[in-house]
Structures are given as structure tokens and as C-alpha cells.
Design a protein around this ligand. Structure first.
Ligand code: GLU
Length: 377
């Protein structure tokens, strides 16, 4: 049974496996020190969840903020990429040892996983992450995950731990993700506006919902903001995972948010199979296809992407790559595995299937992206 209410996050029947993400602004005070007493209350909540029969994975930010303090860098260590990377490599040691120490106090074992966006984009590496997480959880260990900031740069970077948390949840087949942050949910306008109302439940992150996010993190310590949280919610909702944004500023924040019913719950929309969920969650592409309205309609009716409907081909991708499919208004409508190298797609784009054999010089494939390898968004 899927999660339907915030309360369900503590029901081991509905939420057997839970990912909890903790933002930098909560973990680290304005002087760059870890808020150990507060963190102890989080560990307490992790222990309580385990006692209820739930398995917990922690996604912990804070490495950059902690390291910046130790190195004496300004701007929370985010002034330049090199300073952020140096800060992360220093801060991660303190961060991991704090988690390990606090979990050990409660007779639990911590594991550290430092992952990059690329690790999730390659199917085999993704399956390795998945297997490791499952094995750790089976042994009662609490995996503590962060992005490997020291080697993640530019477009190969998550940059925020919100999407990382959603991808981790997908990889370990979690039922729920809780994003603890410095606001108590998604508001329909800036939370400082007296007219602002918190949304209790979101069923599908639409354009209207995206428009509510202002993209800024209040504290300046983290990098996610509401925009990243909504992108994380989109990954989760397609993978059948419920996601909640909760205020983490107080002690025992999850128990508090659940008792007061404060937070925003993003309900799962559908449950793609493991491989389809992985395709739907992919973020980095070697190219893209744009298709005409007729093709969009065909895809919505469960058909494949045929060359005749393609109006634009971008990038030098190879057969087997995963590509996004855009409609004419540049909206991403699907992702799928392409059956040809880019040059072949360029050659047959806009041409009917009967012409393909002559153009290509070999027997054509059934489609450019076959519906079995296509995920609608
Ligand atoms: N990975 C970053 C860190 O540990 C945090 C990213 C984020 O702000 O979400 O400092």
C-alpha cells in the first residue's frame, strides 16, 4: 500500500524504507559548526524508525559549509568551484565522523557513500549503488550519503542533495523521502508574503506548482532551494515514491511535523518498473529529439517515436543512449533509448518508414525509440 498521508511515513507497512535528507542550513550553524545536539535528536528519530521496523538512509549535506569554516573561506565556501571542492574534502571528514559518532552512541553502524550524478546515469554503476544500499540496510546499517563534491563539477554535478536523495530512494527502492529544510513546505507564493498558503498535498508537479518555487534558499548555506526540491519530487512521483518537505529547524523535527501535520506531501503518481524508473530519472544526455504534434499524440497513445515525426536532432549520440524527447514548444515529454547513432537519425528524420532501407543501406529498426524503451513524463 502506498503512502497517502504524512502520518504514513512512520507506518512500516506503508513506508518500509525511508530516505531522510538534511540540508546544510540545518546541520551547520551560522558559525560553521555542526549542530551536534540537534543532530542527536535526528539520530534519535532514526533509531525510533528502526525500532518501528523501518529502514533508514540518510542523505546529509553540510560538507562544504563545515570545510569552509575550517579553511577560513568566505561565502560558505561557495565563492569559487575550487574553494567549494577543497571545503567539501575537508568538511566531509567531520561530517562523516559526527554521524558515525552519534550513531555509535546509539549502538548503530554508519556507512559513508559519496556518489556523483554520473554514478546514477550509468546503469551498471546504478545497480551497484542499489546492491550496496540494500546489503547495508539488510545488516541494519545506516547509510549516510553525500555527493562526492570534490570530483563532481559542471554538468556532471547534482549540485543539490534534494535530487540526489530522490535518486538514492529510487536506487534502494524506498517508499518515502523526507526533505528536512528551513521552511515547513511549499507555499503558493513567497512564504514571507502574509497571503501565502502552504500546500498540504501535491498530486503531480505541474507548471503551476513549479511557478510557486522561487529558486532561492533562505539561508545561503545550501544550494537546493525549492526549485531543486520540486525536481526531486518529480523524480520520486514517477518512481512510486512519496516525498515530503518538512521543517527541520526544531528538535525531533519529523515527530513534530507529523504531530502537527505540517509539511507538504507529494504523492506518488505511478510506479514505473525498476528500469523504466531509472530511464525516467536520467538527467544528463548526449543529445535530444524534437517531434511534431502528430508524434506527441501517438506517444500519448502508447506508440513509438518514428523518424517521420522527428523535426529536430541534436547532439552526437550513439545507439543505446538515452535521449529526451521534446515537443514543438520545447517541453520535455519523454525519455527513451535511441535505436540509431545520431547520423542515421539525421538521415531518416522526417522520412517515412518505406524510405529508410534505401537511405540507410541496411534493414531499418522498428522505431527510433521503441515504446518498450520509452518513458512518458
Ligand atoms: N553536497 C553539499 C555539501 O555537502 C550540499 C549540497 C546541497 O546544498 O544540497 O555541502
Amino acid at each position: 500500500m502506498p503512502i497517502e498521508t504524512l502520518e504514513d511515513f512512520r507506518d512500516p507497512e506503508k513506508c518500509r524504507r525511508l530516505v531522510i535528507k538534511i540540508g546544510s542550513a540545518l546541520l551547520v550553524d551560522s558559525a560553521g559548526q555542526v549542530r551536534v545536539e540537534w543532530l542527536r535528536t535526528i539520530v534519535n528519530e532514526v533509531v525510533t524508525a528502526q525500532e518501528r521496523g523501518q529502514e533508514v538512509v540518510v542523505v546529509s549535506s553540510g560538507a562544504i559549509a563545515i570545510g569552509a569554516k575550517q579553511l577560513g573561506f568566505t561565502h560558505g565556501g561557495r565563492r569559487t568551484l575550487a574553494e567549494a571542492q577543497a571545503s567539501a574534502s575537508v568538511g566531509q571528514i567531520s561530517l562523516a565522523s559526527t554521524w558515525s559518532q552519534l550513531l555509535t552512541e546509539r549502538r548503530m553502524v554508519a556507512a559513508q557513500l559519496l556518489l556523483t550524478l554520473d554514478d546514477f546515469e550509468h546503469r551498471r554503476r546504478y545497480l551497484n549503488i542499489s546492491a550496496t544500499l540494500r546489503r547495508l540496510l539488510k545488516s541494519g546499517v545506516v547509510p549516510v550519503v553525500n555527493e562526492n563534491d570534490t570530483i563532481s563539477t559542471g554538468e556532471i554535478r547534482f549540485g543539490d542533495n534534494d535530487r540526489l536523495a530522490a535518486r538514492v530512494a529510487q536506487a534502494c527502492d524506498a517508499d518515502g523521502v523526507i526533505l528536512l529544510t528551513d521552511v515547513d513546505g511549499l507555499y503558493d507564493r513567497h512564504p514571507d508574503d502574509p497571503e501565502a498558503n502552504r500546500l498540504e498535498e501535491v498530486r503531480g508537479v505541474t507548471d503551476e506548482i513549479h511557478a510557486m518555487a522561487d529558486g532561492g534558499s533562505g539561508s545561503g548555506l545550501g544550494s537546493g532551494g525549492m526549485t531543486a526540491k520540486l525536481l526531486a519530487a518529480e523524480i520520486a512521483e514517477r518512481a512510486g515514491i512519496a516525498l515530503a518537505i518538512m521543517d527541520g529547524q526544531h528538535e525531533m523535527p519529523m515527530a513534530r511535523a507529523l504531530a502537527g501535520q505540517t509539511g507538504t506531501l507529494f504523492l506518488p503518481l505511478r510506479e514505473d518498473s525498476g528500469r523504466r524508473a531509472w530511464i525516467g530519472g536520467r538527467m544528463r544526455f548526449n543529445g535530444a529529439l524534437t517531434v511534431d504534434d502528430g508524434c506527441v499524440e501517438a506517444l500519448e497513445n502508447g506508440k513509438s517515436v518514428l523518424a517521420a515525426g522527428i523535426i529536430k536532432v541534436e547532439g552526437e549520440f550513439e545507439r543505446g543512449d538515452i535521449l529526451p524527447v521534446y515537443d514543438e514548444s520545447r517541453r520535455m515529454i519523454a525519455k527513451g533509448v535511441v535505436e540509431y547513432d545520431w547520423s542515421d537519425v539525421v538521415a531518416i528524420q522526417g522520412r517515412s518508414s518505406e524510405e529508410h532501407e534505401d537511405i540507410l543501406g541496411h534493414t531499418p529498426r522498428a522505431a527510433v525509440i521503441h515504446r518498450d524503451h520509452l518513458v512518458l513524463l
